[in-house]
Design a protein. Sequence first.
Length: 206
Amino acid sequence: MRIVTEYRLDPGFIGGNYFDKYRSTNPIHQTMVRGFLSSARSLLNGIEFESVLEVGCGPGDLAARIVPPQVTYLGMDVEAKQVEIASQRYPHLSFAIGSVCDLPLESKSYDLIIACEVLEHLEDPIQGLSEITRVAKKWVLISVPWEPTWRILNLLRGKYWSRFGNTPGHLQNFSRRSIRRLIEPFFEIQHEMCPIPWTMLLVRVI
């Protein structure tokens, strides 16, 4: 586990607790991550895409596990250190510094955008969704922590009691109903999966 203090990286994003869930030896964590990855792969296996943009890519671990090797991939993150780690860890993939709230990319330039574990960190998730909509040609894969289950699980493991179980850096808390309401003005929901403790949605640009 690697924990960093809460930090502000750009006007619209607050990062915080960083937990390397992909390398945890805890069997419960491993089971949850397997469910998360299985859901993501299942959703992506049902669509066609040749180019992928991942916003909030962190150290690149998700892309390395779910993005097919034959597609064009770009991962963007607001934290330079995470981009550096990703580039060193996965030199066959491309990474750059950038914010989901102000993407330095042309409109309709990527077939698929991945935005997993991003929206809950945004002060204004509508701004982030607007940029994703602008850049996406067709598909978007979104995941967010499922509330209040996420907070309850934190409390059960004795974490963040002073924050009522809220993970540092989480500015938004989404139930399954509230995340649907948030994204429906931008996208048509195609499929929803519920790997505990997340909500994962494959959506199509309207």
